[in-house]
Design a protein around this ligand. Structure first.
Ligand code: PGA
Length: 250
């Protein structure tokens, strides 16, 4: 069975609750009845409720941009997987490169967050990807292998069920530089290989691996045509309803 693509919007630190409602008012009619692909919007935490209320009864799911690994406790500023699940969120981005770069996210905390998200029944979107210096030094494969192995550490195949991975070469994020479909495909094959090593071939064959990094309406079709690419994680171009709808409908 072909893998259903997941088209995910990562709004980062953009939009207020009002702007979120406005986005959904404009976006939902543009993707009404679109069921070829799964669609999820990941707004800032404070917009989740507005997004969920706006998306109710539609074909659009709502996810968070991170998730803490403890169920509750003295962790000022954090949000647990159970809280997100209770609110109605179904997805959570984990280990985005901006969290790794600016907020001390490590392979180990990615692993903890992944386990908590799976435990709560969320669909985790685990981000991996090399920075420019790593690519130029020929270290891309090593980096991706390390990030995958450590993210998947002690996650059983049975529990990994809803796992989604996003390949986001850091040099392509917000820079307007996109990985060529071929280059992305190569990285995706490597990630699928790592998943096969940890979870078995059957799991890996069903695993969705998204591409992220300057995905736009103009390049979405070519990227999505690659057999290895099972969807997109879109930052900048997901903030405008028309542009994200065009990507979803590539
Ligand atoms: P971009 O961001 O589409 O703006 O490059 C992608 C991401 O960071 O997920």
């Amino acid at each position: 069975m072909p893998r259903k693509k997941l088209m995910a919007a990562n709004w980062k630190m953009y939009k207020t609750p009002d702007q979120t409602r406005q986005f959904f008012r404009d976006f939902l009619p543009l993707v009404a009845n679109h069921d070829r692909d799964e669609i999820v919007i990941c707004p800032p935490y404070v917009d989740l409720l507005s997004a969920l209320e706006s998306a109710k009864g539609s074909n659009v799911a709502v996810g968070a941009q991170s998730v803490h690994w403890e169920k509750e406790g003295a962790y000022t500023g954090e949000i647990s997987a159970g809280m997100l699940q209770d609110l109605g969120c179904t997805h959570a981005i984990i280990g985005h490169s901006e969290r790794r770069q600016y907020f001390g996210e490590s392979d180990d905390t990615v692993n903890l967050r992944l386990k908590a998200a799976l435990e709560a029944g969320l669909t985790p979107i685990v981000c991996v990807g090399e920075v420019l210096e790593e690519r130029e030094a020929g270290l891309t494969e090593d980096v991706l292998r390390r990030q995958c192995t450590r993210a998947f550490h002690k996650v059983s195949t049975k529990k990994a069920g809803k796992l989604v991975v996003a390949y986001e070469p850091v040099w392509a994020i917000g820079t307007g530089k996109t990985a060529t479909p071929e280059l992305a495909s190569e990285a995706h094959s490597l990630i699928r290989g790592e998943a096969a090593r940890t979870f078995g071939q059957e799991f890996a064959d069903n695993l969705r691996i998204l591409y992220g990094g300057s995905v736009k309406p103009e390049n979405a079709k070519a990227l999505m045509a690659e057999q290895e690419i099972d969807g997109a994680l879109v930052g900048g171009a997901s903030l405008d309803p028309k542009s994200f709808a065009a990507i979803v409908k590539y």
